[in-house]
Design a protein around this ligand. Structure first.
Ligand SMILES: *Cc1c(COP(=O)(O)O)cnc(C)c1O
Length: 456
């Protein structure tokens, strides 16, 4: 059959509030035209993030009832450890309450001020944890990553020549580890090839620099490797994931992504001495090493979820959704970042609204139009989130103006996506009516979360 169906049926439902245009206008007004300040209940299709927003399976809910809440050495810990060990092959496994906690422990235990950490692209919490230790987070994406329209299969790859140059310039002594983020979230969920991971590993091995994988979307990456890289067609996704981790010395993970859980994370490594340091700080910050800030039932949900994320039919369905959106929107002429990444689509607002002044925040205009048209909540990745003030206090726009629609896992059905296409179509058709915005109130840091806007 040509039709790819959701490989699950629905046993429990959660109502969506169907709102009128008038309701939405009033809600947006009350939220000062910033969708982060809306009540989730007022968002019919909430695509703010794919983090922790997924639906759990019957197997996961059943496993949760088996949660062993013993402080030390619980059965749930054993199951979590076995699942993570099978996938990553790592000797030392530490649960954490989410991905950033794993990054924080790694950074605090290993980094000194002035150290340099190369990555294909650092996620924002990873960068923040590294910079908090006085070290430098360096992005080394491959050349194709800069072209939003280039159709390359692995735009998440690292620039190998750049990595060599970085080591030559700073010396291996300044680089306590390097990272690879799979898939490359900051680059639009673009995958990393096994060949590139292997090349990175080889360069690092010459200089005895450990490799840490930021593994949040490891299963989506494994699927892309299977589909797009020669030689992987007949391999199980688990097998491909194991090969990815075999090239690394450690990993950080947010189980809110490919753990298919609503909370949780982990830090893993091979080195005994690092593990000793991680364990001490884990106890201080997260909890005893066999629960690490999680309930026994969370450990159970993750143990099952990590395996489900590697299910081939699940990945086929997930990618079919993203591809379907890309195909339909491309046919309507909607400009987007290409090709489709693993967990989201990105509208290219600079091309949608070429004449709008970036300092009137065209991305916010599109985000708000999506909400007003159909109660869809998206997020601006543009001049509000990434713009900055230069030394003279003059506001500088971001080089890219994108709007991201991130897809929660197993949450929305085909008709929700058809509705979403209709909403985007309306916004696209009426794009000349989208107003600019001005900021009426903003905090000094991370302004996008809480600032107030006013349409111009
Ligand atoms: C989400 C994410 C993190 C941080 O994980 P949290 O669970 O949100 O703390 C780190 N790296 C990447 C690539 C992510 O997508």
């Amino acid at each position: 059959m040509r039709t790819i169906i959701e490989p699950f049926r629905i046993k429990m439902t959660e109502p969506l509030k169907i709102t009128s245009a008038k309701d939405r206008a009033a809600a947006l007004e009350a939220a000062h035209h910033n969708v982060f300040l809306l009540d989730a209940e007022d968002c019919c299709i909430d695509l703010l993030t794919d983090s922790g927003t997924g639906a759990m399976s019957t197997e996961q809910w059943a496993a949760m009832m088996l949660g062993d809440e013993s402080y030390a050495g619980s059965r749930s810990w054993k199951r979590f450890e076995a699942s993570v060990a099978e996938i990553t092959g790592m000797k030392h496994i530490f649960p954490t309450h989410q991905g950033r906690a794993a990054e924080g422990i790694l950074a605090a235990c290993v980094l000194k001020p002035g150290d340099i950490i190369p990555n294909n692209s650092h996620f924002d919490t990873t960068r923040a944890n590294i910079e908090y230790c006085g070290a430098i987070a360096l992005n080394l994406p491959c050349a194709e990553a800069f072209d939003t329209q280039a159709e390359a299969p692995f735009k998440g790859n690292m620039d190998i020549a750049g990595l060599r140059a970085c080591i030559a310039e700073h010396g291996a002594g300044k680089i306590p580890f390097a990272m690879m983020t799979v898939t490359n979230n900051t680059g639009g969920g673009q995958p990393v090839s096994m060949a590139n991971l292997r090349d990175v590993r080889a360069v690092l091995s010459e200089h005895k620099i450990p490799l840490i994988i930021d593994a949040c979307r490891f299963a989506e990456n494994a699927y892309f490797v299977r589909e797009r890289e020669p030689g992987y067609r007949d391999r199980e996704l688990l097998d491909i994931a194991q090969e990815m981790f075999s090239l690394a010395d450690g990993a950080t993970m947010s189980c809110k992504k490919d753990g298919l859980a609503n909370i949780g994370g982990f830090l893993v490594c091979r080195d005994d001495e690092w593990a000793e340091r991680f364990r001490s700080l884990l106890i201080l910050r997260e909890g005893f090493p066999t629960y690490g800030g999680l309930a026994g039932r969370d450990l159970e949900a993750i143990a099952v979820g990590l395996k489900e994320a590697l299910g081939y039919d699940y990945q086929v369905y997930r990618h079919a959704t993203v591809e379907y959106m890309m195909t339909r929107l491309t046919a309507m002429g909607v400009p987007m970042v290409r090709p489709a990444g693993g967990h989201a689509i990105f509208l290219d607002v600079r091309q949608m609204l070429p004449d709008m002044d970036p300092l009137t925040y065209p991305g916010i205009g599109v985000v708000n139009a999506l909400y007003l048209a159909g109660g869809v909540r998206a997020v601006e990745l543009g001049s509000v989130m990434f713009g900055h003030f230069d030394s003279d206090g003059v506001e500088q726009p971001s080089p890219l103006e994108l709007v991201r629609l991130a897809f929660p896992r197993r949450v929305y059905t085909q008709s929700h996506f058809d509705y979403l296409i209709e909403v985007i179509e309306q916004v696209w058709r009426e794009r000349n009516r989208i107003p600019g915005h001005r900021i009426t109130q903003q905090p000094k840091m991370l302004r996008h979360f809480t600032c107030h806007f006013e349409p111009i």
